[in-house]
Write a protein that binds this ligand. Structure first.
Ligand SMILES: Cc1cc2nc3c(=O)[nH]c(=O)nc-3n(C[C@H](O)[C@H](O)[C@H](O)COP(=O)(O)OP(=O)(O)OC[C@H]3O[C@@H](n4cnc5c(N)ncnc54)[C@H](O)[C@@H]3O)c2cc1C
Length: 531
């Protein structure tokens, strides 16, 4: 096992991890940034539309807090919302000064200009600054466990996805920025590795996850060959005709009036599309958005963007096939305003964290809070690292984790694992039974079937490091899926993004948080805490 030392280990190179790394290095700490995907790429930050929502002045900040809380339906952690909202303007200004291009609007900043995604503009200035300050970065490393002892975290273990080399990352403080779990659903628009690894790492280390039932589904995603990937600009849903196989007008049928319907009526619109498609009213699994009769001038984009839209979607020639897709996971690891988790020496930021967005995330808030809490958590981790010891017997502990828990999954002579097909099955179960529309029966079925997948995974052996990577991602996805389904079963009401067909109304009793914790190798509901 190769041992690497640092003051602060940052796991994940999306916006949260990059901003955290920069902060730690600015404060003079030896930061080590590791990431299973390529640095700054192949993650949700890279795919983002590029909207950072925030209020620029004190009135704007208050309005922003108000809108965020409305969206969260009473479940946001107010202290976290206030903290990121107040700090956002200066942190966005700093990011622009570092070279991130974007346009300021009255409710935020948009990095997207003449393309459909704005994410690619976010990481480069942060990564450049990290490199200039001499930060050590490693990509292609999958972290498999956190190294904890007596309630404190001292590092992590992982392996290189191509070579299989095992690593022990000994560190005074560890910051998890591993993103969410959106790609575990069969239909999603997330980066492929968004498999809830951080949820698994936190649970295994003894932490709880909160609010896991709240998964956001985006209605307006282009469907292509049974896959949903690319988000369409929200305004297109308001301009075009949206019809099913029978020619019925979906906006009328479901009384979708509030514009832009893809944002203001996001949940009801996603539910309507899901219902139509699952009842067989779709056109080969999609609903049609027809823009052929819309005048070019009515499409509120520059000529350049309209041409890109035409090239990408051919909307002037044929209807665009649309379907809803999993977009964001609002639940996750609880933190305080300083980015601390309940384990000493372990900090977290970004989509892996729960509690900020409550029952539903307001558009544009994910990038903003990930940026702010990335920096804040790193600042706290830096102070902690000043006085934290390194663990004397780190190496034996790390080796035990790697050789007892990961190495046994590896057998060069075994049959190739079924991880890929198990992952496909898991995605379908979650999509059909624990997705946009849920009820007691479907959720119970999903939990049973997920347990079947977890049992099947126990017998899987990887023949190559890349296969081991897949087996572990599938396990992390199944554990995250179980946490989602269990929490959704426990919440017997509908609220925000969580819709129960058998309990369609929001109730007063629903003002509570549901927590899960690992018990005998699988998450179970541990606490229900009224607000
Ligand atoms: C299509 C799309 C559009 C979006 N548009 C917007 C928008 O316009 N505005 C907005 O606010 N939000 C938007 N979001 C949400 C937002 O992009 C994400 O919530 C945010 O980027 C999350 O950042 P992050 O740093 O937490 O995680 P990510 O950017 O997902 O990065 C996670 C990192 O962790 C690494 N990692 C994961 N597991 C491991 C492991 N086991 N070992 C090592 N490394 C690991 C990954 O390789 C990756 O580098 C959008 C999301 C999607 C999918």
């Amino acid at each position: 096992m190769q041992i690497m030392d640092s003051d602060i280990l940052i796991i994940g190179s999306g916006i949260a991890g990059l901003r955290a790394t920069l902060e730690a290095s600015k404060l003079g700490k030896r930061a080590l940034l590791i990431s299973k995907g390529p640095l700054g790429k192949a993650n949700n930050t890279y795919l983002a539309g590029g909207l950072f929502a925030f209020g620029a002045d004190s009135k704007g900040v208050l309005a922003h807090i108000d809108k965020t809380l409305k969206s969260g339906r009473g479940l946001n952690n107010l202290a976290l919302v206030e903290e990121f909202s107040k700090r956002a303007p200066s942190m966005l200004k700093e990011l622009q000064d570092m070279g991130m291009r974007g346009t300021i609007h009255n409710t935020g900043l948009v990095t997207r200009e003449s393309s459909l995604i704005g994410g690619p503009r976010i990481a480069p200035p942060l990564l450049r600054a990290c490199r200039e300050s001499g930060v050590q970065c490693l990509e292609g490393i999958m972290v498999t466990d956190l190294v904890t002892h007596d309630g404190s975290c001292y590092g992590a273990v992982g392996f290189h996805r191509r070579t299989g080399t095992l690593f022990g990352f000994r560190s005074r403080a560890v910051l998890l920025a591993t993103g969410g779990a959106g790609s575990i659903y069969a239909q999603n628009n997330n980066a492929p590795g968004t498999t809830g690894d951080g949820y698994f790492l936190g649970l295994e280390a003894g932490l709880e996850l909160m609010d896991m039932e709240f998964v956001q589904f985006y209605p307006l995603v282009r469907e292509k060959g049974g896959q949903t990937r690319m988000i369409l600009p929200a305004v297109l849903a308001d301009l075009g005709k949206i019809t099913n196989r029978l020619g019925e007008d979906i906006k009328k049928k479901y009384d979708l009036k509030e514009k832009p319907i893809a944002l203001a009526s996001r949940d009801r619109f996603a539910q309507a599309l899901f219902k139509e498609i699952s009842e067989g009213n779709g056109v080969d699994g999609a609903i049609l958005l027809d823009l052929r009769e819309v005048e070019d001038a009515a499409i509120p984009f520059s000529h350049e963007v309209r041409e890109i839209l035409k090239r990408t979607f051919s909307y002037h020639l044929k209807p665009i096939r649309i379907a809803p897709a999993c977009h964001h996971t609002m639940g996750g690891l609880p933190i305080d305003v300083l980015g601390r988790t309940a384990i000493e020496g372990l900090f977290a930021a970004g989509e892996v964290v729960g509690g900020i967005h409550g029952a539903n995330r307001m558009g544009g808030n994910a990038l903003t809070e990930s940026l702010v809490f990335g920096a804040l958590a790193a600042r706290t981790a830096t102070e902690y690292a000043d006085s934290a010891p390194t663990l004397r017997h780190f190496q034996p502990l790390a080796e035990e984790l790697a050789y007892k828990r990961v190495a046994p999954l590896y057998d060069e002579r075994a049959k190739p694992s079924m991880a890929r097909s198990l992952m496909g099955r898991l995605g379908r179960i979650l999509w059909e039974k624990a997705g946009i529309i849920r009820d007691e029966g479907s959720l119970k079925e999903s939990i049973n079937e997920i347990d079947g997948i977890l049992r099947a995974l126990e017998g899987q052996r990887a023949t190559r490091p890349s296969d081991l990577y897949r087996v572990l991602e599938c396990r992390n996805a199944a554990i995250s899926g179980r946490a989602i389904a269990l929490s959704a079963l426990k919440r017997t009401e509908s609220r925000g993004s969580h819709f129960r067909k058998d309990f369609p109304e929001e109730t007063e009793d629903g003002l509570k948080h549901i927590y899960v914790r690992m018990k005998r190798g699988a998450p179970e509901v541990s606490r229900v805490v009224p607000i």
